[in-house]
Design a protein around this ligand. Sequence first.
Ligand SMILES: [Zn+2]
Length: 225
Amino acid sequence: MDKIIAFSFDDGTVQDERLVALLKKYGFKATFNLSSALFGTEYSFEMNGHHVVHTRLPLEKALALYEGFEVAAHTRTHNCLKLLEPKDIIEEVVPDYMRLSELFGRPVRGLAYAWGGKNYDRLAVEILKNFTTVRYARSAADGNSLAFPENFLAWNPSAHILSDKLSGLIDEFERAEKGLLFIWGHSFELDFDDGWNRAEAVLKRLKNIDAENLTCMETCERLSR
Ligand SMILES: [Zn+2]
């Protein structure tokens, strides 16, 4: 019976150094979704009264940090595919995974759609399917479900790592014989509202559940059999 835990984190910001250390502490693997044209870009913004540091890791640090983790694409310049023309969708996706594959020295076959919520549409899915080698693409819309995905190119995560519904889903997952608990987020979001402690509590709890931890690509391969 497949009972799988998978993690997917976006943007490759400097806080990933702390997140990777936390994942390693509990022995979890995960997938990190990166935009190949944006390494080292410095950015910050205000969100819900918090000053958010959104500086992306420089390439050299990223290459070392994600050793042993899956790297997936996140569009070349962090663009929302459902707002683009077909040729621009391809331009954001194909050179991105090709460049990441070359830089990291391993095949990059996954994608996390950039921007929030249901950040893809049918056209984007069709283009990925017919004109790219992308095997799976994750949205930012919580499915609040442990069900296996029907379409890996329109793959909704179970819940955000700071979602107030995650604890109930973990209860359900604990009791279930099979299922996929697919958690996503951004490490920069953990910098406030006690986020780091909350994330660690989630990992600590999951460590005690008898389930397999796979990367997104491994999950896709396993469930596509
Ligand atoms: Zn993003």
